[in-house]
Ligand binder design. Structure first.
Ligand code: ATP
Ligand code: MG
Length: 424
């Protein structure tokens, strides 16, 4: 029943019968009861009328020429558009078998002719109510299905959103972890830099203190000799004058060495020493240094130099090698106040050059040996022997530049051996 008709009438009914009398009677009856009625005289006309405008209900006579009610009903039930229109059969066929057939073909009711008018109205009303209810149910069903479909779509979208959120959280977590790792690395670097800075600061403070302390003695000597020469030159014998000049020269030498040591060390502290290797005959170079130092030693010391022939050649930085050798050799001389043999060996083993310097001096107490290579550290048994405690730290820095190793073996009162191993 479409809505405009529904408002005007109680329903649109198609009456199909080949007997005009019947047709008129039924039409009048139903019109009186508020229905809109269309009437046709044959099955063919009925099919056409239904196709043009499907009614809400069909009253269908069975016995008609050409195409009977059963066939019309079968055709209606076979088509999607007309399947749901309720069909009430009207017939003079009153055998049970005819009624059963009518229901089997899809009829909703069966009215026997001759019919009672009240019965027709009641059955028509009944079927239209059923149809109305079933249409409402169908509507509700469709609505429900749509709602379910919508809900499923929403749930799926939510699931997608959830997954997306989970993915985003995972990505963000990973990003955070990486950032955190980086931060930790930075912190470690910062700490290292701070420690280095602190160590460097301590080093410079020590240097300042040492300079203040160590410079005073030679500067005083310089100043007093210069003053004496200035004031009393004429009254002094040439020997005395010469002695003061020598004292001044030695003070200058001492100061120069101190300045050089400090400069060299601060350069190595800042990693600013670059190796400048040149081809060098190592044994000859060592012999020259031994000879130079022999001049500074007293005649109580004997410097021996032995070396292995055919030492493999490589290029060396002269300045760095000189630092290593002069410091170790001059220590050996300085810390052997009673003289003795100073034995210097140069040999090689596999891929290493070995420099070994052995003395028969005062030795180093075991408790002082661990920190020997730190700047300004001196052993407790040095007594009056002068020194700043920089020599061995310079040696260590030089050995490190060559990625080498240095070892010390010592016994108080018996002597000390320093061994340096440099990779070839
Ligand atoms: P500098 O060399 O700067 O003039 P220094 O000789 O005191 O002063 P290092 O050469 O660094 O300083 O030596 C550190 C300390 O190691 C010395 O003060 C000394 O106590 C000890 N030492 C080094 N070499 C020997 C050695 N051959 N025999 C005994 N003690 C030594
Ligand atoms: Mg020294």
């Amino acid at each position: 029943m479409n809505s405009s008709q529904a408002e005007a009438t109680k329903g649109d009914i198609l009456v199909v019968d080949d007997q005009p009398n019947n047709l008129r009677l039924l039409s009048n009856l139903l019109t009186e009861h508020g229905y809109q009625v269309r009437k046709v005289l044959s099955g063919h006309l009925a099919l056409k009328a239904i196709q043009v405008n499907p009614p809400d209900l069909i009253l269908l006579d069975i016995l008609m020429p050409e195409i009977d009610g059963y066939e019309v009903c079968s055709l209606l039930k076979a088509s999607e558009q007309t399947r749901d229109i309720p069909v009430i059969f009207l017939s003079a066929l009153n055998e049970t078998i005819d009624k059963v057939k009518a229901f089997q073909l899809g009829g909703v009711d069966y009215i026997s002719k001759p019919f009672q008018l009240e019965e027709v109205v009641a059955r028509v009303e009944n079927q239209l109510t059923i149809r109305q209810l079933s249409l409402q149910l169908k509507d509700q069903n469709a609505q429900l299905q749509q709602e379910i479909r919508n809900r499923i779509t929403t749930e799926l979208a939510l699931l997608d959103l959830n997954q997306e959120l989970e993915n985003r959280v995972a990505t963000r977590t990973e990003e955070l972890r990486l950032a955190n790792e980086k931060l930790q690395q930075l912190e470690v670097q910062l700490r290292q830099a701070l420690t280095q800075e602190k160590e460097l600061n301590q080093f410079y403070n020590r240097i300042l203190a040492t300079i203040a302390h160590e410079y005073r003695t030679p500067l005083t000597a310089l100043s007093s000799s210069a003053q004496i020469l200035d004031l009393y030159r004429d009254k002094l014998t040439p020997e005395k004058q010469h002695k003061h000049l020598q004292r001044m020269q030695s003070a200058v030498k001492h100061l120069t060495r101190l300045v050089n040591d400090v400069l060299f060390l601060s350069k190595t502290e800042l990693d600013k020493v670059d190796l400048t290797p040149v081809p060098l005959k190592l044994a000859e170079f060592c012999r020259e240094i031994v000879e130079e130092l022999q001049l500074t030693a007293t005649n109580r010391h004997t410097l021996q130099f032995n070396y292995q022939e055919n030492c493999p050649e490589r290029e060396w930085d002269e300045r760095v090698l000189r630092q290593i050798l002069t410091n170790l050799l001059s220590n050996a001389i300085k810390y052997s106040p009673n003289g003795g043999v100073i034995d210097f060996q140069l040999y090689y083993e596999q891929d290493e050059i070995i420099l070994q310097i052995k003395d028969q001096g005062i030795g180093i107490p075991p408790e002082n040996q661990a920190r020997l290579f730190e700047s300004f550290h001196r052993a407790s048994n040095v007594g009056m022997i002068q020194g700043t405690g920089l020599g061995l730290s310079i040696v260590k820095k030089c050995v490190d530049l060559y990625k080498g190793k240095i070892y010390c073996q010592s016994e108080v009162g018996a002597g000390t051996t320093f061994t340096v191993k440099l990779p070839l």
